[in-house]
Design a protein around this ligand. Structure first.
Ligand code: ADP
Ligand code: MG
Length: 276
């Protein structure tokens, strides 16, 4: 047996671009986790490589604001890989945004700062990693999760390393790249500041309940992103929050603040937890 027998499936949660995610129970101690089931039989070499990359990156990351990796099981008979991860009971931020939109309510500013601050803590641990920095490269609301205590967790480092060779537009299953930076559109080097751009776009969306740049075609979207024109977030939010968001969504990557600079902002500093 490959190790699958150590877990028991509770229920299916959803289907992603590569496979199903299910809620499971570890038989040894009853701990509730999830696994992502990936059928590698039908995958191209490129896709297989992306999975190996996702797993390798995940297992190296150990931070309270990053979805924790537990185990990997290979079932050769069925050509499946199961990646066992922390269960994030609160679902993802894309769903949170959708629910608020439906209720026609906005999130309290306090929550917006808290999401930003926790995302920065996760990014800080990746960007300032002793063993070499890791860039997320696919930050979007659907890849940011909430646990049962509403802690924010970054997930899906899947595309982190393999993405850089090709233009994002080449990846059909990645979906509309709303959070893609101008330098990615221009096929320039992806760097830490590109993660900052995407984070700014996500925080904008958490506040405005819509992405900062919207379009129906990739071309239109690219034009809007490069124009840099932004509507202000709703009036209920402070100028302070608006200023931080606009600083992150600047065309010139050099002018965007780094994670460290952002963490010095008073509203973020008060929310930074010490993790030792
Ligand atoms: P995608 O490929 O679109 O990013 P995923 O395969 O990552 O999709 O996720 C599929 C579904 O499972 C989504 O609804 C997502 O919210 C959910 N999900 C993924 N990982 C977890 C997790 N660790 N805890 C709880 N739900 C998760
Ligand atoms: Mg995902």
């Amino acid at each position: 047996m490959s190790g699958l027998d150590k877990y028991e499936k509770i229920t299916d949660i959803g289907k992603g671009s590569f496979g199903c995610v299910s809620k499971i129970k570890r038989k040894a101690d009853g701990k509730v986790l999830v696994w992502k089931e990936l059928n590698y039989g039908k995958m191209s070499e490129k896709e297989k490589q992306m999975i190996v990359s996702e797993v390798n990156i995940l297992r190296e990351l150990n931070h309270p604001n990053i979805v924790r990796y537990y185990d990997r099981i290979i079932d050769r008979d069925q050509a499946k890989i199961y990646i066992v991860m922390e269960y994030c009971e609160g679902g993802d931020i894309a769903t949170l945004i959708k629910n608020y939109k439906r209720k026609k309510e906005h999130l309290p500013e306090e929550i917006v700062w808290s999401v930003l601050s926790q995302m920065l803590q996760a990014l800080s641990s990746c960007h300032n990693r002793k063993e070499g920095k890791i860039l997320h490269r696919d930050l979007k609301p659907g890849n940011i999760f909430l646990d049962k205590s509403n802690n924010v967790k970054l997930g899906d480092f899947g595309l982190s390393r393999v993405m850089n060779q090709d233009s994002v537009f080449a990846y059909t299953h990645v979906g509309t790249p709303y959070y893609m930076s101008p330098e990615q559109i221009n096929d320039q080097k992806y760097n830490e500041k590109s993660d900052i751009w995407s984070t700014g776009c996500i925080i904008y969306e958490v506040a405005a309940l819509r992405a900062p740049f919207e379009a129906t075609t990739h071309y239109q979207l690219a034009m809007k992103i490069k124009s840099g024109k932004l509507d202000r977030i709703p009036a209920m939010y402070t100028d302070d929050l608006w200023r931080v968001i606009t600083s992150m969504i600047q065309q010139d990557p050099e002018r965007r603040p780094s994670v460290d600079e952002l963490q010095n902002h008073p509203q973020i500093q008060v929310r930074v937890k010490e993790y030792k």
